[in-house]
Structure formats: structure tokens, C-alpha cells
Design a protein around this ligand. Structure first.
Ligand SMILES: [Zn+2]
Ligand SMILES: [Zn+2]
Length: 262
């Protein structure tokens, strides 16, 4: 299986201060053969401006590609925040730039960030908070065709104020089935995001998602750490590869100019 990381950030994302060159050096040190930067861009994000300077970003990637040629493949990707209020702007932004790969993600709903200590979780039971996130995902997958792989389906499990923040998948089988079905119908991939992989329960959730996705005849599985810092000591890429393989997928998907690599 390919040793890749298709979800990482640098100082081109508003929530990272990492130099992209450090990300490359650390990826080489850990034996990765290919990485794809997936910098944030969001239209109207509460409290922070996730405005990607695409031309500076592309220049930087080009120079890194030149410097590290033969050592590691470096791709220029995007993590676009899906928000139906900005459908036209988002489609235009994604299509007018020459990205290799695009993750579609949800980080806010109606201007409320799905994050620690925000109103998103306020006065909500865990089951309601999780269900609303999935309902919103389903709507967005229906609305947007401009991305290649759906980012961190378990994002809502990261920041809740609950003792056990993780997703009890058996309570959401219906809606998750619909999400997976819609992704496959639309030819979209699913991301295995290793951010919560230190918790066995989070891995079990992905095992469930991958099995559902395989059963629905889905073909595109991407893998990413979502690292905002270069440090890879907590990487769980091998565990994710194992999970992907045991769900019946023989390879991890990679992209060039939005086309699936062979
Ligand atoms: Zn994200
Ligand atoms: Zn990310």
C-alpha cells in the first residue's frame, strides 16, 4: 500500500504556523512517498478568516517540488469548507484553480463553529449534536460536486463536551448509510482521518464506514493525518493502512490534477 498523507496543513492555512518545508522534511524522515497539502479555504468563517492565497501557495509548492524531486512527491490540494450559502463562490473557487486534489469538509454550520466551547454543542445531547452534523453532511454531499473526498466524517467527535466524545455508530446506521450511498453515487471518495486514532473506538468507527463504503461498491479511499504541525511522532498511518486493507481495498487513492492516479 502507498505510504501517503493526503491531509496536511502549513502556514498557508489560517490555523497553522508550520513551514511547509518542515512538513516535507518530516514526511521524508518517516518514509512517506507522497504527500498532498490540503490548505483551508472557507467563505465566511466565524471569528477567523480562512482565506487561501492561492498564487503564493502554488509558488511555494512548485519550489518544494523542484527541491525534493526524486525524494518525495508533493501535491497541491485544498480543504474546502462546504457551506450551501456560498455554493456558487465555492464551485468557482475550486474550479478556477489547478488543484491536484480537493477535500470537502464541514467545520461550521450556519456560522456556528463545530469546535470546543462554541454554541454548537450548547444545550445539546451528544446524540443530537452528532445527528445534526450527519444531517448537514448529507445535505452538503447532495449540494456539492466540487470535491474528491469527504473529509473527517467523524469531525463532530473531536470537540464535544461529553465524557465520551466518540461516535456511537450503531445509533446512526440509517443516516450513515445514506451518506455513504450518496458519496458512491456521486463518485466521491471517503477519507480515513487518523486524528482520533489513539482511541480504539474511533478506529472501530472507520472500520464500520469502510465496510459500508465497500459494500456500496465505493472505490476511492484517501488517507490523511490532518497534521497542522510537522511532528509525526503520533502518526497512525500504518494502522489506517491496515484498516483500509482489511476492509477489502487493495490501494489508497491518490490524485493528480483532480484525476485519480492509476
Ligand atoms: Zn478539516
Ligand atoms: Zn484539515
Amino acid at each position: 500500500m502507498r505510504n501517503v498523507d493526503y491531509h496536511l496543513h502549513s502556514y498557508f492555512s489560517a490555523d497553522s504556523e508550520e513551514n511547509p518545508r518542515n512538513q516535507v522534511l518530516e514526511a521524508i524522515k518517516y518514509g512517506l512517498e507522497e504527500i498532498c497539502f490540503t490548505e483551508h479555504h472557507e467563505f465566511h468563517f466565524p471569528g477567523l478568516s480562512f482565506n487561501l492565497d492561492v498564487s503564493a501557495y502554488f509558488d511555494e509548492i512548485q519550489s518544494l517540488q523542484k527541491e525534493f524531486e526524486g525524494k518525495i512527491k508533493i501535491k497541491k490540494g485544498l480543504e474546502i469548507g462546504l457551506d450551501s450559502r456560498f455554493k456558487e463562490e465555492i464551485d468557482l473557487f475550486v474550479n478556477e484553480h489547478d488543484f491536484d486534489f480537493v477535500i470537502g469538509s464541514i467545520h461550521e454550520i450556519d456560522d456556528i463553529e463545530v469546535y470546543e466551547d462554541t454554541n454548537y454543542y450548547k444545550n445539546k445531547s451528544k446524540i443530537t449534536a452528532h445527528r445534526e452534523y450527519f444531517e448537514h453532511l448529507l445535505e452538503c454531499i447532495d449540494t456539492f460536486k466540487c470535491f474528491d473526498s469527504l473529509g473527517h466524517l467523524d469531525y463532530v467527535a473531536r470537540y464535544g463536551p461529553y465524557q465520551d466524545k466518540l461516535i456511537d455508530y450503531d445509533k446512526f446506521e440509517g443516516i450513515i448509510h445514506q451518506i455513504i450511498k450518496k458519496l458512491v453515487e456521486n463518485g466521491k471518495g471517503i477519507e480515513v482521518n487518523t486524528r482520533l486514532f489513539q482511541f480504539p473506538k474511533a478506529q472501530i468507527f472507520y472500520q464500520y464506514l469502510l465496510t459500508e463504503y465497500a459494500m456500496a461498491d465505493g472505490k476511492i479511499v484517501t488517507l490523511g493525518t490532518d497534521n497542522h504541525k510537522a511532528d509525526r511522532t503520533l502518526d497512525r498511518i500504518q494502522e489506517a493502512q491496515h484498516l483500509i486493507q482489511s476492509a477489502g481495498f487493495s490501494e489508497i487513492s491518490t490524485f493528480s490534477q483532480r484525476i485519480l492516479d492509476k
